[in-house]
Design a protein around this ligand. Sequence first.
Ligand code: IMP
Ligand code: MG
Length: 215
Amino acid sequence: MASYLEIPDDEEGHDLDLFCVPRHYESDLDKVIIPHGLIMDRTERLARDIIRDMGGHHIVALCVLKGGYKFFADLLDYIKVLNHNSDKSVPLTVDFIRVKSYCNDKSTNSVKVIGGDELSNLSGKNVLIVEDIVETGRTMQTLLSLLSECSPKMVKVVSLLVKRTPRSSGYRPDYIGFEVPDAFLVGYALDYNEYFRDLSHICILNDQAKEKYKV
Ligand code: IMP
Ligand code: MG
């Protein structure tokens, strides 16, 4: 079972005033739940664990857009550092896929692939899927079944966050950064209707903001 850093349900978080938060979001957020520095430290360790397990072969890192782009970029930077500084190193190539399943703060029942590279390029490859958050698990299960049609050699999934929720299908990624409470989270590329990707820390969105940015 993948180990992870648990953010408990009664986590009080940190006052916004203690960190730098864009002015335009100050009234939309209550607390910082995972500061950017902690995300980076945990990501550095995930890079090490992934290279330990997958480091024997060429890796294709598949970024699930848009929410995964920050984690993807930072994780790959840490993997690059490991490749620079060790006797063993692996070539790393990148692919992108775009999926959409959310409207406002609710998962819709359909998971749509709305763009990106041809999955058929991944045939015979060792693929690392890089995702921002797993909630019900439906997005990842859909993606994994699409991918299996292209017969990759190996598929591993790393998700920065996994939500503790009764809506979960039970699906768990191979690598997990943090397990988080059942709340709507934004920041570090996680969005609410496209807002809040330009926020460095992971924060809980307040109800007033859900109304303000509703579509
Ligand atoms: P799932 O299919 O229910 O596992 O949902 C996964 C997708 O929903 C993620 O890739 C996110 O894009 C989105 N998502 C789920 N929970 C959150 C959240 O708290 N904040 C932002 N996006 C979320
Ligand atoms: Mg996502």
